[in-house]
Design a protein around this ligand. Structure first.
Ligand code: ADP
Ligand code: MG
Length: 325
């Protein structure tokens, strides 16, 4: 086994005239929880299906554990689990029967199969509903069962395609706990989502994809620090005219605005306060500089508020589009 769990080289995938993946390059290390973040239509499911050997690349090379997804698809199937975007369950069968069915497809049988099914039902907290028909389950319960099915043959790489869509908060927490437990066991996972909060919270690294192109790849912290534009609000009683000009010269600052607004004072009177809004590419660096400048100019700061950037602002900055459509 090579040093990479997944290696993608110049991957292009077309559907007729439409090019869904326009030349992707990246690698995933064993044990990594790798986020794939992008809006609807970005190409996430297409990429997952290529990795799952369900779709062939139009050109380029993709290997999993150094095996080629086209030439060694059969061997690879053994090592990968897929939790598809569209739930694939037999609605008239029970939870136990669904797991049993998929387990048999992977060659499990007898006691080994029964034990594995019990273990997975326990993991997804559906043991007490094991014998109920799946069509009585909530969306979240179906998603949890979908996850268990992807794990039935103990894969080393798990592909999760939008596992939180249509999931209630309780099931959502169950799934998050399951994913964190799998990560602790060393499972490599690719986690596809269009919710940036999830990607930011869970993933070691996040690939941001848009219109079939990889536009950024790094840890959520790095992405946000390098690219997210944040806001700093400063409340002041009076504004030194030199202050605004000085703030505008700071290297990472993009925009400085000053607004006057009325605030209730301590004795019920109305006092006017000036609010300076600084838009910056580097919140932390700018914050330190702003505090230094205020000290130097002996300006008394009434209030200071920092709105940290997040992956949504990174995405907005990279594409000019909002992540949520
Ligand atoms: N079977 C298909 N035939 C033709 N076009 C498709 C097919 N599947 C996906 N596409 C197109 O490929 C692009 C990427 O789709 P998809 O991979 O499903 O994106 P995502 O999962 O990020 O929403 C979209 O423009 C979509 O319309
Ligand atoms: Mg999709």
């Amino acid at each position: 086994m090579g040093p990479h769990m997944v290696k993608v080289l110049d991957l292009i995938r077309r559907y007729g005239e439409r090019t869904a993946l326009k030349g992707l390059n990246f690698e995933i290390a064993p044990g990594e929880l790798f986020g794939l973040l992008g809006p609807n239509g970005a190409g996430k499911t297409t990429l997952i299906n290529v990795l799952a050997t369900l779709l062939k690349p139009t050109s380029g090379h993709v290997t999993i554990r150094s095996m080629d997804v086209v030439r060694q698809a059969k061997e690879i199937k053994h090592f990968i689990g897929i939790v598809p975007q569209e739930i694939a369950l037999y609605s008239t069968l029970s939870a136990r029967e669904n797991l049993g069915f998929y387990g048999r497809m992977y060659g499990l049988q007898g006691l080994e199969l029964r034990n594995r099914v019990d273990e997975l039902l326990e993991m997804i907290k559906l043991s007490d509903r094991r014998n109920e028909r799946v069509d009585k389950f909530s969306g979240g319960m179906k998603r949890r069962l979908n996850l268990a099915i992807g794990l039935v043959h103990r894969p080393t790489l798990l592909l999760l395609d939008e596992p939180m869509v249509g999931v209630d908060p309780q099931s959502r927490n169950h799934i998050l706990e399951n994913i964190q437990a799998l990560k602790a066991e060393g499972m490599t996972m690719i986690y596809t989502t269009h919710y940036m909060e999830e990607a930011e919270r869970l993933c070691d690294r996040v690939a941001i994809i848009d219109e079939g192109r990889l536009i950024a790849l790094d840890s959520p912290q790095q992405l946000v620090e390098q690219m997210g534009d944040g806001l700093i609000h400063i409340g002041l009683r009076s504004v030194d005219p030199g202050l605004i000009n000085t703030l505008r010269t700071l290297p990472r600052v993009r925009e400085v605005q000053c607004l006057e607004r009325d605030e209730p004072g301590e004795e019920g009177e109305t006092v006017s306060e000036n609010r300076i809004t600084i838009r910056t590419d580097q919140v932390r660096q700018t914050l330190v500089e702003v505090i230094g400048i205020c000290e130097q100019l002996e300006i008394r700061v009434g209030s200071l508020e920092v709105l940290e950037p997040n992956l949504n602002s990174v995405f907005l900055q990279l594409t000019g589009k909002r992540l949520r459509k």
